[in-house]
Design a protein around this ligand. Sequence first.
Ligand code: ADP
Ligand code: MG
Length: 361
Amino acid sequence: MRLTHLTLSNVRSVVQATLTPGPRFNVISGDNGAGKTSILESLYLLSNGKSFRGRVGDGLVRVNAPALEIFARWDTASGAQRQLGLRHSGSDWEGRLDGQNCQLLSDLCTALASVTYEPGSHALIDGRSDQRRRMMDWGLFHVEPAFISPWRRLARAHKQRNALLKQRGLSMAQLEAWEAELAQSGEVVTRLRADHIDALAPLVALWGQRLLPELGEAILRFLPGWKRQELSLADALLVNRPRDLATGFTTAGPHRADWELAFAHRAQGERLSRGQTKLAALAVILAQAEHYAIQRGEWPVVLLDDLASELDPQHRESVLRALATAEAQVFISGTVAQDLSFPDGLDVKKFHVENGAVREI
Ligand SMILES: Nc1ncnc2c1ncn2[C@@H]1O[C@H](COP(=O)(O)OP(=O)(O)O)[C@@H](O)[C@H]1O
Ligand SMILES: [Mg+2]
């Protein structure tokens, strides 16, 4: 996917800005507070329905403006030209995809695929499991058509079981029925997740080798959310039922699924530095982008917000060199001070943002 046009209005401090991105690297520079992240957030919003810094209602719409508006056009690998427009007030939204009104934000957001690395991405490695689960499921939503239906059934069954566990005088027959549904859909979801992590593992090792060779082989491992080696999900739910009835929620199961990343030259439990954690997160994000590219025949748009922060010049260069070999369209933001040195012969388009206005340089 290659964006050929982007217009944003009333996104944070940006009143209106238009960009005509180049097909490969697009560097967006500007001082702190100029509006660089707002531009990347706009693209993120089109492919996720919210920002990586929170929901639209949490400050993404410019103060005193009724709503933000974003319009993007892009070319696909198959030669199609697509376009997406979104108007969002924080509570209400209207969207048009390829000229048609869209009823579901999730439909709108699957059209434009992007992966994002931003200053908070270290949490993918050292934060809570929900973001790792979200990342894993993002990949499955985009590359595995058989994932959505069992995933929805699982989410519903999990919610219903939790609601029943909190009820006094609950119906055991109902609990058993939802447990059966949870077990059945949960096993399918878990098998797909395990396969997905298996497919990602060699790519994560490859990107680990490119970005963090000093840590040795990067080993990605799936954690299913219950003792899957010993118990089927149905048995795990049954075994945990007394405890779950006491606590009022489902303790073990696919809602706790996770993955972990280890490195051959790191003892278990040895902490990575902040910079290494960021690079490890970036390796996973780019591995997932490459997996998408292999499966779908085109790269998702790669968004790198503030790439240079906390990466030393040598690692910064490895990132750019590795990305230069990928066929992706990349957007990189950074302050002018953190100048990026690109390998020779690379197609780089540069933009400068000042007080929310964008100009090509
Ligand atoms: N809802 C809003 N309305 C107006 N200005 C905002 C809003 N939210 C954030 N800002 C301002 O927008 C500016 C641009 O932010 P940002 O895109 O994060 O800049 P950069 O990434 O270039 O440092 C900041 O100065 C911020 O204070
Ligand atoms: Mg920023």
